[in-house]
Structures are given as structure tokens and as C-alpha cells.
Design a protein around this ligand. Structure first.
Ligand code: F3S
Length: 399
């Protein structure tokens, strides 16, 4: 791999042990993936923030990097943590967990990483432009960055994204290169897609087909007319979860989509496919649901406005978490939505989500509009799930 003089100097340790370790990680990854060089990045999003996933070993690794003088060279934000960093007692988080989580976040902030803990950095000020090379780690955000924003990122791990932040570089391979962004299969959708849960079901159907193939083609969606930000983030989260997809093209959405003809291989997705996926994730009865959550990926301000309208003057009867980023919560405060939502008894779980918070065993069944949240609710927390439309989820909380 060809390293510039300044990259070699990082590797020698001239910029301190944290930068040296970071460049070692990146050079090793570059070698594995056959990168010829490094590419400068303009934005980073670091995962591996929840103490529930990191544990003490992860905390020690971060503390060592922070102690080794690591400082972010580009704008870098964090993925959700294991709790609302301000309102954690309302979430039922233990003091021990909260203390450890605060130490994780302190290690990141010491390195100049912004403690904006969100999987939708693009809604919280970390918004790359088309063509920018970036290093993001959260799978739904990676897919959104490549497919909707037209930025270029691989699906980084926590350490490699952090290494990119501390050096300003990432190996030039995978989705940084034109040849790997070419679409390989046309997805023709002939089904009704009205709401976020439908787009999540679509992501499941297409994702599973991609996952079943060795060559993992980049999908090229046709026939979807400007689905809107919220539907796109739901689709990105789902196709990344069920198919490991870091990118798709969509006519009228993906900045590069116009440069390609739809691939000759076509997959037809029909109503039957979607209905089957919806049924599969809607596997609990209303009576069983004791936990309701909206905000996977984190809610936009428009979704919070919709929620406030549905909860105005009402009172929820189940534990109902609203997960979003702190900047969006602050906007919701300013516009008066937060007051309506909390008056109804719903709980803001800012900086975190129903997947990364330590809630395994606390609930029996969860209602959500997110196909991704259903996957992890079952796999990580052993909850039954109900996949419903956004409005139906709110009705479930009011029931
Ligand atoms: Fe975000 Fe948590 Fe879902 S990180 S995409 S809300 S699983």
C-alpha cells in the first residue's frame, strides 16, 4: 500500500501512540482489502458507544487511545449510547451502568469526538455532501450516506471509524471506488408502500435475497417515487440489517443513479412478498405488548410533530420510548412538541435506543414501526414483536 510521507510519519509514531495505533489499524485493513492508498475523509461516525456492548475491555481500549493524545482531525460524532445521558434514571438504568457509560463518553469527548449520540448524524448536523469520502460505522447511516446522500463510505467497525477520525484517512477500497458502486440487480416494486413499516418490510425482503447470494449485488430500485426521508431511513436500516447492504441505488434519490441503466437482472417484489414479511414480524398479540418504541433509526422532527399530534390530550398506558438525537429533541422542545409528548406519559430516551440500551429481560413484547428494531428485539433482547404503522404503534401505546 502506498502511504504518503505524512501517513508514514503517523505510522512511525511521530504524532503519538494514539495516531500510530490508528494508522496501524488502517494500514492493516487496507492490506486485507487490497487498497492501493488511503483517501482523506471529511466526516466520521463512530459506533461501539454503548457500555452494554463495549464492556470494560472496550472502555480500557478507548481510555488508552485518549491517554495517548488522540484528537479528531475531522468532524466526528457518536452512535447511540446505552442510555439517555441526562435522563437515564427515567429509563430505569442502574447507577453502575450510568457511571461506566459516562466514562466511555468522556473518553470519546477527550479525543474531540462530539457526544451527539445518534444513528441519524445527517439529521444532527453531521451531513456530508455527494462525492465526499467519509468513514461511518452505523449500518443504517452507512446505507443512507451512500444511497441517499451520495457520499462514499464502507461499513466501518468502531475501531476503524475512530482510527479514521484520529488520522483523517481511510483505506481507498470498497464503496470508495466507482467500480464497487455499480448496481447489479434491478428491483421492481409492485406493492403498496404507504408508511415506514412497509419500507422496513421491503428492506427485509430484498435484503434477505441479497444475503443469500455469494456476490451480494448492489440493488437498483425502480418504481418508487420520492419515498421521503423517513421511509428511506427505514429502508436503509432494514436492508442493512437483513442483507448487510451498505448501498443501493434508487431512481430520483441516489445522486449517481442517473449514470446507470437499470441492470438486466430483475427481481420483482410483489404485495405477497411484503405481506409475508409484515406477518413474520407482527408476531405478538396486543395483549402481550408491554413495551412500545418509536425511533429506529432516530426520529426526525417531522415524525416528532406527527407523534405530538397523535398524543395531544391523551395518556399512554404502556412504557413508551421515543428515541431521537439531542439536537432533534432540542428542536422539539423549542416547537412545543416535547411538552405534549411527555404530558402524555411517553418517555424521551435521547442518545440511545431500544436496541443498545440494557433492557434484555425487562419486557415481554415490543410494538414498533421498525423492521430493524424487530430483528434485534428478538435476537438480542428475546422480546416478541409487533411491526405496525407509525400511527398504529401510537394506538398500541394508548391501549
Ligand atoms: Fe439506530 Fe438503535 Fe435502530 S442505533 S438504527 S435506533 S438499532
Amino acid at each position: 500500500m502506498n502511504l504518503t510521507t505524512s501517513q508514514q510519519s503517523m505510522l512511525r509514531g511521530d504524532h503519538g501512540p494514539a495516531v500510530q495505533k490508528s494508522m496501524q489499524i488502517l494500514a492493516a485493513l487496507g492490506k486485507i482489502y487490497g487498497a492501493k492508498e488511503m483517501v482523506p475523509v471529511t466526516s466520521v461516525q463512530v459506533s461501539g458507544v454503548s457500555y452494554d456492548n463495549l464492556g470494560d475491555a472496550g472502555l480500557e481500549f478507548l481510555s488508552a487511545l485518549a491517554g495517548g493524545g488522540g484528537q479528531a482531525r475531522v468532524r466526528a460524532t457518536l452512535n447511540p449510547a446505552g442510555m439517555d445521558v441526562q435522563n437515564w434514571p427515567a429509563m430505569g438504568i442502574s447507577e453502575d451502568f450510568a457511571r461506566a457509560q459516562q466514562r466511555v463518553i468522556a473518553a470519546f469527548t477527550r479525543m474531540g469526538i462530539e457526544a451527539t449520540c445518534t444513528c441519524t448524524p445527517y439529521l444532527a448536523g453531521n451531513l456530508p455532501q455527494a462525492g465526499d469520502h467519509i468513514a461511518w460505522a452505523e449500518s443504517s447511516a452507512v446505507c443512507y450516506a451512500n444511497s441517499v446522500l451520495g457520499a462514499r463510505t464502507n461499513r466501518e467497525g468502531g475501531p476503524s471509524a475512530l482510527a479514521a477520525a484520529l488520522t483523517g484517512f481511510t483505506p481507498s477500497c470498497g464503496f470508495h471506488l466507482d467500480e464497487n458502486r455499480r448496481p447489479g440487480v434491478t428491483i421492481e416494486v409492485r406493492a403498496r408502500l404507504d408508511d415506514t413499516h412497509h419500507f422496513g418490510a421491503l428492506g427485509l425482503v430484498v435484503g434477505r435475497r441479497i444475503e443469500s447470494l455469494a456476490r451480494k449485488p448492489v440493488a437498483f430500485f425502480t418504481g418508487l417515487d420520492h419515498p421521503g426521508l423517513e421511509n428511506l431511513k427505514s429502508l436503509c436500516a432494514s436492508i442493512a440489517t437483513y442483507g448487510g447492504a451498505a448501498m443501493f441505488h434508487m431512481q430520483g434519490v441516489t445522486p449517481e443513479a442517473g449514470s446507470f441503466d437499470p441492470p438486466a437482472e430483475r427481481w420483482l417484489i410483489e404485495q405477497y412478498d411484503l405481506d409475508q414479511a409484515l406477518r413474520q414480524l407482527d408476531a405478538a398479540s396486543s395483549d402481550e405488548v408491554d413495551f412500545v418504541s418509536l425511533g429506529c433509526p432516530h426520529l426526525s422532527i417531522d415524525e416528532i410533530a406527527r407523534l405530538a399530534a397523535l398524543l395531544q390530550g391523551r395518556r399512554v398506558n404502556k412504557t413508551f420510548w421515543i428515541t431521537t438525537s439531542r439536537p432533534v429533541r432540542q428542536e422539539a422542545d423549542r416547537l412545543g412538541f416535547s411538552q405534549v409528548i411527555t404530558a402524555a406519559g411517553a418517555i424521551f430516551a435521547v442518545d440511545t435506543c431500544c436496541v443498545v440500551a440494557p433492557i434484555a429481560g425487562r419486557f415481554h413484547a415490543m410494538a414498533t414501526d421498525s423492521a430493524k428494531a424487530c430483528y434485534y428485539a428478538a435476537a438480542k433482547n428475546r422480546f416478541k414483536t409487533r411491526l405496525l404503522s407509525f400511527d398504529e404503534v401510537v394506538q398500541e401505546a394508548l391501549r
